[in-house]
Design a protein around this ligand. Sequence first.
Ligand code: NAG
Length: 269
Amino acid sequence: MAKTTTRTFCFVLVMVLMGCCCSAKIYKVGDSKGWRTAKKGTYYEWARRKEFQVGDSLMFEYDGKVNDVTQVSSRFEYRFCNSLSPKAVYNTGHDVVTLTEPGYHFFITSNHSQCVAGHKIIVFVVHDHLIPPPPPPRKILPFEKDYKVGDSSEWRVPEESDFYSKWSEEKQFHVGDNLLFYYNDQVDDVLEINSDQLEFKSCDTNLISLTKPGIRYFITSKTGHCEAGLKLRVVVQPLSKSVPKKTQLSPFDRLIKWLHESFRPHPHH
Ligand SMILES: *[C@@H]1O[C@H](CO)[C@@H](O)[C@H](O)[C@H]1NC(C)=O
């Protein structure tokens, strides 16, 4: 009996491990181009349609004399090409990096001019479906959230012209949150409108950080697309610093309190 149980357990364990390791993929970053080009959007385009899972690996091929693979911890370092306190540096010219955690992973080159020109990549990693996801780790800002604009529809002319206003109204954006725009850059772009002066600012990044409270407006410059509903209004709420106090006791605490009160010796007079 005990033997059968052990054997069943081992069998299940082997199946789980096999499932985990057979499905792990190795992705060559940039495909035939490798980790060599600084053309803006190259790695963004490369990564956008892929679903990376915990256990998958990225393979970086490049000339180690000119570039490296610098993994940074935050999107701010990613954005400003700051390689001063990296999480990891690889520089053999042929590096395989295994994605061991879910969430965003940021890779840049420490060659600053190259990085600024666009030689960097963000990779979003999801859990392998076999492993139940633990609560997401949030290190710096516990309240910071990333929103993929339009979710699976991404940033393109919607079927319903009010699609993006509904998408936005269903959410509560706060200072510290980020908007990620995914789109086909041959077709669309992202411009921000400054509502006071009706000025347009081209967003040369796909990632917009909501740094101040207020209302922000985003459109595309492609003729007719804005009229067709490709426009976004985002209300950014201030960051409320006060953490709501938990007044409700947990079931355990309530039980203990109840026991304590019910069995308290009655005072004798
Ligand atoms: C950075 O990249 C450029 C262009 O490939 C190269 O000419 C330069 O030597 C690199 N700089 C460093 C410090 O490796």
